[in-house]
Ligand binder design. Structure first.
Ligand code: GDD
Ligand code: MN
Length: 400
């Protein structure tokens, strides 16, 4: 790779393009693409590329692979070392990115330019043993798996001489991921995996390029993939140093929460809840104002007015926002409003019923309002009533 090319403002795909074009012209699409994200891996990249090529050459994939190094303009010039190898070996190419940064986005860049039927992602520091690559490819190529994960916690796998603090991070990360995402994968934080082109292409448009863990995105987005695993021993870093730090861990947790929220709570339900809160606000305001201006003897009137205002505002907002695609117009609006009232009444009954079951004696007469309102049974009853109402409204009132 020449100096001129490497000073380009956006990432330099020149040598990658050239190599791939030759590859494609010569042999068509390769079976296997190996994507290696690098940042300051000058101590490791040559050894890794040598070991990996020897390994793949010895396997049945033989000539039928490409290796794509995605480097974020490393100050130690990893890209130059990889570029020299790429010049001698048409199966190796280098993507040098000048403006984009980050592990996950580097992996995505690599995946987007790869052309193999099976796409493998691995680290450059030899913590990921090249000898495992063929075992990762096989289940995806022949076994009908969408993804094959190199796992440190399944049969034969281990963390090697991983610092205890890192083991703990990994353990926590795995548990949280399994809990929130319900994935079958035993090592969802793994950076070493293979994915089929078909599955990659279905998920690619909805992947979030930020964050550290691209595997999580594959596991949690779209349809549930068929996951295979291969146990492996997480090796020691050959040279250089790790880039995993605290902010990466926080990012990981944030990604988990976003992914699971998106899975557990459909977007419509989140909007439904927000609209519901607005309705509660309207109701509280109308009630206060009513009690202030009305005669004390008509307090009940104020409450009815307040509840009714809340319901109407809720209905109108749901009609315009939450269930907009199924919006009622004209005379249907009236029918919708009636239906919405019936469903709300049902919600009230559910709430009262659950409360009666959970707290049969009712609140202590002296108990203050706030304590009663935010009691566990009250919140649980509210949640059940809300979820029920949501489903009935979606199915009946708006017939989604
Ligand atoms: N292009 C690019 N850009 N590559 C990066 C970047 C970046 O910003 N950050 C890291 N890399 C590359 C490294 O050069 C290395 O090849 C690979 O990504 C992994 O980075 P490490 O810094 O070695 O990560 P680690 O060993 O601490 O973390 C390993 O274990 C984690 C789970 O415990 C990795 O395998 C992670 O993927 C894994 O989640
Ligand atoms: Mn590493």
């Amino acid at each position: 790779m020449s100096e001129t090319q490497s000073r380009r403002s956006d990432y330099d795909r020149t040598s990658a393009d050239r190599n791939r074009d030759e590859t494609l012209a010569g042999r068509g699409r390769p079976t296997v693409s190996v994507i290696i994200p690098t940042f300051n891996e000058a101590d490791n990249i040559e050894v890794l590329l040598d070991q990996l090529r020897i390994r793949l050459d010895a396997d049945r994939y033989g000539d039928d692979y490409e290796i794509i190094v995605v480097d974020d303009d490393s100050p130690d010039e990893t890209w130059r070392l990889a570029g020299t190898i790429a010049e001698q070996d048409g199966r190796v190419s280098v993507v040098r990115r000048a403006s984009d940064r980050g592990l996950a986005s580097a992996v995505l860049t690599g995946l987007s330019v790869a052309s193999g039927s099976v796409l493998v992602v691995m680290d450059a520091d030899l913590q990921h043993d090249p000898a495992v690559v063929p075992r990762l490819v096989a289940p995806v190529l022949d076994g009908g798996s969408d993804i094959c994960v190199a796992s440190r916690t399944s049969g034969g796998g281990s963390f090697g001489r991983f610092a205890r603090s890192r083991k703990l991070i990994s353990f926590t990360g795995n548990s949280v991921a399994q809990l929130l995402l319900g994935t079958q994968c035993t090592d969802p934080m793994s950076g070493f995996f293979a994915v089929s082109r078909t599955y990659y292409e279905t998920v690619a448009p909805i992947i979030n390029p930020r964050g550290f863990k691209i595997l999580l995105e594959f596991l949690a987005r779209g349809k549930r993939p068929q996951v295979a695993e291969v146990g492996y021993r997480f090796g020691e870093r050959l040279g250089g140093e790790t880039k995993l730090n605290r902010s990466v861990v926080l990012n990981y947790l944030a990604a988990l929460i976003t992914l699971s929220a998106g899975r557990i709570l459909p977007a419509t339900f989140v909007i439904y809840l927000a609209v519901g809160l607005v309705g509660l606000g309207v109701r509280a305001v109308v009630e206060q104002v009513g009690l202030m201006i009305l005669d004390p003897s008509s307090a009940a009137m104020a409450v009815v007015l307040a509840v009714e205002s809340g319901l109407i505002v809720n209905y109108l907002l749901h009609n315009r926002i939450t269930f907009e695609p199924f919006r009622h117009r004209g005379v249907h609006t009236l029918r919708g409003l009636v239906s919405f009232h019936v469903v709300s009444l049902h919600g009230l009954l559910v709430h009262a019923g659950v409360m009666a079951m959970l707290a049969p004696s009712g609140p202590e007469p002296s108990a203050d309002l706030v304590a009663t309102t935010f009691s566990g049974p009250f919140i649980l009853a509210g949640a059940l009533a809300t979820i029920g109402n949501y489903h009935i409204n979606a199915g009946t009132t708006w017939q989604t």
